[in-house]
Design a protein around this ligand. Sequence first.
Ligand code: HEC
Length: 370
Amino acid sequence: MVLPALLLLAAQLPTGPLHLEYREPNGFLLSLLKQLDIPVSSQTLVFSKTSAQSHLIFPSAPRAIFFNDDVYVGWVRGSDFLEISYADPARGALFYLLEQDPAIKPRLATKDTCLQCHESSRTFNIPGHLLRSVHPQTTGHPYTDRGSFVTDDTSPFAERWGGWFVTSSTPLNFPHMGNKVFPVIDDPKTLGRFDDPSWPTNTSDVVALMVLAHQVAGHNRLAYLDQESRAALSLQHTMNEMDGKPDLAANWSASTQRRITRVIESTVRFLTFADEEPFPQPIRGDSSFAQDFQKRGPLRAFNCDTRLFELPLSYLVDSKLIDRLDPVVKQRFLARLQQVLTREAGIGPYAKLSPAKAREAWRVYSKSAR
Ligand code: HEC
């Protein structure tokens, strides 16, 4: 088995042949991104004081987040460490710190406090990833009485990107909350483009930001599918033991059936973009993110005129996260996905999906999964 890059790195850093190069002004950041094959173009900039190192984060000094398919890296200027999260195929979201000190051998450390924010109702009450939209004040502090939003593909554009810089190659002529601070809530002040040579690049590409939102929500949902179905099966197992019955799907109670069907259905809806908010106008990024991302595998061609991706099936379905499911749950999940894409696109809850594109998505997926 090929070890995921991050685990390989975790195992090798203290003693092994892999090493990271320390360079001002970002310390180990660029070297780490390179080792993990995370493109710099994935940089997104968040200036709201919503995360752990809020004392160092300002509209004039945003936190930069970089990501590939399974690792997210946070860099804050002046911080003693890099923040890393990992969508682990076996265990869900894991969190690490990497100390920014050239004098010591770099290694990944864990810290319990991360889950104070990364495990809540926003993440289905299991360790997960986060992306919020808030009303930031000029200091970066969010107004706590103004409400905040968890952003995913279904979020209205008017509620997206509060506290984030958003850059694009064509103007975004629709209401959104990005690039704004709220001195008076009805009279927001628009910030200039963030430009400082200390940051690896000056973009916070709108397409990267939308993929980040999709992926954060998708990783959480796939982890929830796994945990919720395992919880239902574990309860069923206890009942079977009491009744002296074998653990067969034929013996599932009505409530186990319902629990598993429900979580499979909501995951399928998410992964097929059934409830995606239509784009108010064509949206174009301003970095090489779209190209870098599309090179990585199937189901990644962008549409970006009316919706994010061309085909109505998320690239996340291709991931190792599906393989960790209980075998019966996995089989039911894939059967339901096939049914929706080949027979139910265009009708009912899947009315927004084009039947032809949905069939093509299933074809592409089954070919790549073989
Ligand atoms: C005070 C709450 C809070 C704590 C504590 C916290 N985070 Fe986060 N984290 C957030 C929020 C909110 C986001 C979403 C981006 C933002 O607003 O900065 C986030 C995003 C992230 C991301 C980007 C992708 C993802 O997984 O959501 C990483 C990486 C991350 N945090 C790492 C860590 C690590 C490592 C720790 C522990 C050392 C930690 N965080 C502790 C609030 C927190």
